[in-house]
Write a new protein. Structure first.
Lengths: 152, 129
């Protein structure tokens, strides 16, 4: 899955790479490139889940402790989604003794090449209970067309 | 006490298999002030009504239910799993169970566990003889 997350300079190759990755995943099962169903190493943050229906494509990410105004979401050139933001550290309290610190903070940014082109004006982002969902309308040409089948 | 470890990129939280179901271990910050012990837990996507916090025999038990993703055909990209959260902690100090306060906001649960008055730092007045 990580290949999709990189900024890929050759747009045309992207589809080829995705296909190659899928084939490798099928060959090597969960221990192939993507390790499907298992969280990948969080080198790129935040990890995302992407799914679609006929009309829309959805990108979901877990961003606990963040506000929508702390995030910058942009769509460039129909198929490039960028999520940027900064998770603020806890307001510093004097005389604090730490027992555990597992939650990360700091700036992050990520660009995702969408597998389907979208209409940049029709992008909605919702952040609820620390889960970000970006809903993007597919370009009309990318929507499935139903072909009526007549009995012969 | 564990030394402070600052992580900009959080580690991967792996699902744990217990009692036949998959639970995720939420990332937690714990700090202590002279007055209280504070827990900050990342619990994205938990329905606030389904978030259970119990304090039993000096142990703080956290269980958050996360609704499954909407009925869908297949993920195009699946980099993380979604599921219920579970974690328990044995507290290193004595706290007052009646005064434990918990707030869930923006996917983060903050739990304040105040220390009993007898252990609070006290200023001792010194009489000059």
């Amino acid at each position: 899955m990580t290949l999709l997350t990189r900024r890929f300079p050759f747009g045309l190759l992207e589809g080829e790479m995705a296909r190659f990755r899928n084939e490798m995943n099928e060959l090597f099962g969960p221990w192939g490139f993507g390790m499907r169903g298992w969280p990948t190493l969080a080198v790129t943050y935040p990890p995302v889940n992407i799914w679609e229906n006929e009309e829309f494509i959805y990108v979901q990410a877990e961003l606990p402790g963040m506000k929508l105004e702390d995030l910058e979401i942009t769509v460039t050139g129909n198929a490039q989604l960028t999520i940027k933001g900064k998770r603020r550290p806890m307001p510093t309290v004097e005389k604090v003794e730490w027992h555990r610190q597992e939650r990360g903070f700091g700036p992050f940014g990520r660009t995702i090449l969408l597998p389907i082109p979208v209409v940049p004006d029709k992008v909605e982002a919702h952040l609820e209970n620390g889960v970000l969902i970006i809903k993007m309308a597919k370009i009309p040409a990318a929507k499935p067309r139903h072909i009526p089948v007549h009995p012969g | 006490m564990t030394p402070v470890v600052k992580k900009v990129v959080p580690e991967v939280v792996r699902p744990e298999v217990t009692r036949g179901a998959v639970f995720f271990t939420p990332r937690v910050d714990i700090y202590e002030t002279p007055e209280e012990l504070v827990f900050l837990c990342d619990l994205p996507g938990v329905t606030p009504a389904d978030l259970k916090l119990r304090f039993v025999h000096g142990e703080l038990i956290l269980h958050g239910k996360v609704p499954p993703p909407p009925a869908l055909t297949e993920f195009l990209v699946e980099e993380y799993g979604v599921g219920d959260f579970y974690r328990s902690f044995t507290l290193p100090i004595e706290v007052v169970p009646e005064n434990i306060k918990a707030v869930y906001k923006e996917g983060v649960l903050t739990v304040h566990l105040p220390k009993p008055e007898k252990v609070l730092p006290k200023q001792i007045p010194i009489t000059v003889a």
